[in-house]
Design a protein around this ligand. Sequence first.
Ligand code: ADP
Length: 193
Amino acid sequence: MFNLILFGPPGSGKGTQSANITDTYQLQHVSTGDLLRDEVSRKTPLGVEAKKYMDQGLLVPDEVVIGMISSKIDDTPEARGFIFDGFPRTKAQAEALDKLLEFKNTEIHLVLALEVPEVELIKRLVGRGATSGRSDDNEEVIVKRIKEYHAKTEPVAGYYFAQGKLERIKGDGTIDETFKLLSKEVDKYLLPA
Ligand code: ADP
């Protein structure tokens, strides 16, 4: 198994690049944002709870997200590996993920951190808001999401840096340029499927 985390602030291109990596390497894509939005649209108890946080640009509580990830991993035992997108977003989530994977005799192999200047992030997210239909893609909530990223999620990079697993990737080029930089790193571990 090969397990990858795509790390970076809101708007850094994690969703787009995850789709490219999933296609090329046949990994199972796990996006907590997508899983949460699915729960919200089905109005499940979890979704109703999560929406309160998401609409304010705040992180959903760790235990909610960790439970969701655990069942997603269990659902796909035949996966070649996982690409985690938008998770882990706190140190507690990172520690929980390590435990879940250890239980399956596997681990995180690589963390690719997309780096994009803040003005570019805001520009991209506001632009996406025009078409995404996402209730959290308006400027006020975007600024809060970026603030939450700096406060709670950025320290997760240090957690993986200490394990020697973090690679920083320049994320402000075109989609193709960024994908080339990412695949150069993945190729060191795994050949395209
Ligand atoms: P983005 O990275 O553009 O902010 P996501 O789709 O990853 O978008 O996340 C949207 C929202 O869903 C977040 O602002 C947060 O409220 C919630 N969320 C997603 N993933 C997590 C997570 N791992 N932990 C806590 N909250 C999360």
